[in-house]
Ligand binder design. Structure first.
Ligand code: FES
Ligand code: FES
Length: 164
C-alpha cells in the first residue's frame, strides 16, 4: 500500500514515520506502534473501545485515517499515567470498581479524560453524555459514572489544596 510520511506528538513524545495511506489511526497505534491499550471493537464507530484523544478531543480511532493525524497531538490510554503514577481517573476506576472485563475501559477513560479537560465539574448527565458513545457489556454503567464523578471530586480537592 502507498506509504505516507506523518509526524505527531504521541503521548507527549514526538513521533515521525511512514504509515499506509489507507490505514486507520487504530491500526497504526496497535499494529505498527504496539500500543495495544486502545481496543478494536466494532471497527465502525459504534462501540467507543478505540477512543483516543486527538488534539484534546475524543475520537474513534477506527474512523480516523492515520494520515489525518499528521501534525496532531494524540493521547492514548498508555499516555495517561505519569512517572509510574496512575492518572486520577485510572485510580478512581479502580476505587469505584468500574472495571469488569476491562475491554471498554481504555475507551471509557479517554472519553472521561476529554470530558474532565473541558468540564472539570460535570453533572452525572454530563458524564452520561460524554460516555454515550462508549459501550460496556459488563458494568451497567453506574460504577463508571461513579468513578468519573469521584475523579472530578478528587481533582477539585487537589485544586483546593493548590489554592490554599
Ligand atoms: S472499534 Fe472504533 S468505535 Fe468500535
Ligand atoms: S467492563 Fe467489560 S465491557 Fe465494560
Amino acid at each position: 500500500m502507498y506509504q505516507v510520511a506523518i509526524k505527531m506528538i504521541l503521548n507527549g513524545q514526538p513521533w515521525a514515520g511512514e504509515v499506509p495511506a489507507g490505514a486507520t489511526l487504530l491500526e497504526v497505534l496497535r499494529d505498527q506502534l504496539g500500543l495495544m491499550g486502545t481496543k478494536h471493537g466494532c471497527g465502525i464507530g459504534e462501540c467507543g473501545a478505540c477512543t483516543v484523544l486527538l488534539n484534546g478531543k475524543a475520537v474513534n480511532s477506527c474512523l480516523v485515517l492515520a494520515p489525518q493525524a499528521d501534525g496532531a497531538e494524540i493521547l492514548t490510554v498508555e499516555g495517561l499515567s505519569r512517572n509510574g503514577q496512575l492518572d486520577i481517573l485510572q485510580q478512581a476506576f479502580i476505587d469505584a470498581h468500574a472495571v469488569q472485563c476491562g475491554y471498554c475501559t481504555p475507551g471509557m477513560l479517554m472519553s472521561a479524560k476529554a470530558l474532565l479537560m473541558e468540564n472539570p465539574h460535570p453533572t452525572r448527565d454530563d458524564i452520561r453524555r460524554a460516555i454515550s458513545g462508549n459501550l460496556c457489556r459488563c458494568t451497567g454503567y453506574e460504577a463508571i459514572i461513579d468513578a468519573i464523578e469521584l475523579a472530578a471530586r478528587r481533582m477539585e480537592g487537589e485544586e483546593n489544596l493548590c489554592k490554599s
